[in-house]
Each structure stands twice: as structure tokens, then as C-alpha cells.
Design a protein around this ligand. Structure first.
Ligand SMILES: Nc1ncnc2c1ncn2[C@@H]1O[C@H](COP(=O)(O)OP(=O)(O)OP(=O)(O)O)[C@@H](O)[C@H]1O
Length: 210
């Protein structure tokens, strides 16, 4: 999916978070969205994915040559972020079976296969509520990485991951990048090292939190 931002700007009340951002996000390209805490990286991701309305500017989406209306973007989108909730009342297997009904996995990946890719076979009947924070993060990432979705947004992807988890993320993000438009919001160089492009949000008027 191609995203074309023209003069994109966002403000909350009287505070401009970013202003005049023009950029083309190309299919097959991973872009790191960089900037200090509070600069507006998550706000930009949520704006680019159509979940927040821009205050100014235009966003256009095309997929395989056809325009996509902003209200249809969720069908093309996979998103992992610390602030997105999992369904904690279900076991891992139940959660995957439910989630994949509306967000299918890529061909050849079943719920059982995903569990083995996450190395969580022993926890398949455990309630997600009882997962450690690192296990929950691995689950969020796996659901996004292995979703059949051409637009992949990763907000601070290695949050809560230990060394093994970071290596796992790096292996699986590289395995699932091809052909996708990928945006990674980050402060950690290792988690966006594979990105071909970088976008500093402070170049568009953003400021760090004080
Ligand atoms: N819904 C909202 N209403 C008002 N202000 C908001 C809202 N969401 C975010 N902000 C403000 O926008 C600014 C940017 O926040 P954002 O979460 O996008 O930054 P960030 O770069 O992702 O930060 P971090 O690296 O700490 O995750 C902050 O000042 C934040 O308080």
C-alpha cells in the first residue's frame, strides 16, 4: 500500500504536534519514525493509519493501483503498539482463533503454527491475562507481523522484550517485510536498523516532552 502525505499536520487543542509533513511511504519500504519521548511519533502513526483525523493536509492511500478510502484502511492494516489491548479473558489459542476471524493470517500460517513460531506451545491454554509482559508483546508482534496486511505499523516494537525476545523480533520482522509498507516508531536503533528510510518528527515542528 502506498501512503502519500501532503502538508500533514496535527494539533491537540492549541498545541501543534507536527506541521507540514509531506512524504510518500512506498510499498516494499520500511520507514523509521524517530524522535524523543513526547515528540509525536505515536500521534503520527495513528494519523497515518487513519485512526486520528489530521488537523490539516491530505492523506491518500493506494493499493495495487486502486485508491483506498480512509474508512477502509483498517482492512489493510496490521498494528502493534504498547497501548493496544489484547483480549485477556481468553486463552492464547482461543484469542488467536477469535482474532484471526476478522484479521486473517498470511497463507500457510494457522493459529497453531503461530503459537509454535512464538515458542508459546506450553502456554496455548493459558489465559492471556496471565502472560508476562514480554509474552504479551511477543503475541502482539506475531499477530501484526503474520497478518495478511500490506500496511504494517510497529510502535516501539521491542518494549518489554528481553534479549531473546529482541532477537526473535528481528528475525521475524525481516521474514515478513517483503512487499509491505512498514512504519516503525522508535527510540532504539536496533529495532529499526532494517529500515531503508528515516523520518525525524522534530523536522516537522515536533518538540520533546519537557
Ligand atoms: N489525545 C490527545 N489529546 C491531547 N494531547 C495528546 C493526545 N495524544 C497525545 N497527545 C500529546 O501529543 C504529544 C505527542 O505524544 P505521542 O504519544 O505522539 O509522542 P511519542 O513521540 O509517541 O512519545 P513516546 O516516545 O514517549 O511514546 C504529547 O505532548 C502528548 O501529550
Amino acid at each position: 500500500m502506498q501512503l502519500t502525505a501532503t502538508g500533514l499536520s496535527k494539533r491537540f487543542a492549541r498545541e501543534w504536534i507536527f506541521r507540514g509533513l509531506s512524504h510518500v511511504f512506498q510499498p516494499g519500504t520500511a520507514t523509521a519514525i524517530l524522535g524523543p519521548n513526547g515528540a509525536g511519533k505515536s500521534t503520527l502513526l495513528n494519523t497515518l493509519s487513519g485512526q486520528l483525523l489530521p488537523s490539516e493536509g491530505i492523506l491518500a492511500y493506494t493499493h495495487q493501483g486502486s485508491e483506498v478510502a480512509v474508512e477502509n484502511v483498517p482492512a489493510y492494516l496490521a498494528y502493534a503498539a504498547p497501548y493496544l489491548e489484547l483480549i485477556e479473558e481468553l486463552t492464547l489459542l482461543e484469542m488467536l482463533q477469535f482474532h484471526t476471524r476478522f484479521k486473517p493470517l498470511r497463507p500457510g500460517i494457522t493459529s497453531e503454527k503461530l503459537i509454535s513460531l512464538m515458542y508459546l506451545e506450553k502456554s496455548q491454554h493459558k489465559l492471556v491475562r496471565d502472560f508476562s509482559s514480554g509474552m504479551k508483546q511477543r503475541l502482539k508482534l506475531a499477530l501484526a507481523l503474520y497478518a495478511e496486511a500490506p500496511l504494517l505499523l510497529l510502535d516501539e516494537p521491542t518494549t518489554n522484550l528481553d534479549r531473546t525476545g529482541v532477537e526473535w523480533y528481528l528475525e521475524h520482522v525481516r521474514a515478513t517485510l517483503e512487499g509491505r509498507t512498514v512504519l516503525v516508531s522508535s527510540n532504539v536503533p536496533e529495532e529499526y536498523a532494517f529500515c531503508q528510510e528515516q523520518l525525524q518528527i522534530t523536522d516537522f515542528g515536533a518538540k520533546a516532552a519537557r
